[in-house]
Design a protein around this ligand. Structure first.
Ligand SMILES: Cc1cc2nc3c(=O)[nH]c(=O)nc-3n(C[C@H](O)[C@H](O)[C@H](O)COP(=O)(O)O)c2cc1C
Length: 130
């Protein structure tokens, strides 16, 4: 079984700044070691991240994430167990956009942003990754 989690937080690094791009490289090499995969999307100054992997890796990562000074206002949206990975080929997919990409996508798909459903965010991420 794998564990997955979805959260949102407020970014404190500049969007696509060298600090943020370095962080993505750091994340991917840590994830390779810890068998974690997932997707990180930054919309204006909000991060949405899906992480999945062995339960212990995800539990440990969730604790680290909550005290990482590169973002703030960490809010867990959902956590669940699954027998399959949603992003098996992504050590950590990453995309950024200004205000609007997520909203436009939700409007196009007749979805409300008031309810940030994990399944909905997974399909948004898959759409971003395509
Ligand atoms: C938005 C954001 C996403 C992150 N995603 C991951 C991740 O997927 N995997 C990971 O190992 N660390 C991630 N980190 C970094 C962790 O918070 C932490 O710095 C990292 O696990 C190294 O911790 P350590 O030095 O205590 O081992 C992320 C940090 C931020 C700000």
């Amino acid at each position: 079984m794998f564990m997955s989690a979805l959260y949102r937080s407020h970014a404190l690094l500049g969007r696509e700044s060298s600090a943020e791009l370095d962080m993505i490289e750091e994340i991917r090499s840590a994830n390779r070691q810890n068998h974690v995969t997932g997707y990180l999307h930054r919309e204006a100054d909000v991060y949405y991240q899906w992480i999945e992997g062995p339960t212990q890796s995800i539990e440990t990562l969730l604790v680290k994430l909550q005290s990482d000074p590169r973002h703030t206002s960490f809010t867990l949206i959902g956590k669940s167990k699954s027998s399959v990975r949603r992003f098996p080929n992504w050590l950590m997919g990453y995309s950024t956009s200004g205000e609007g990409a997520l909203l436009e996508w939700a409007t196009r798909n007749n979805l409300s942003l008031r309810i940030l459903d994990p399944a909905m965010m997974v399909s948004f991420f898959q759409n971003q990754a395509a």
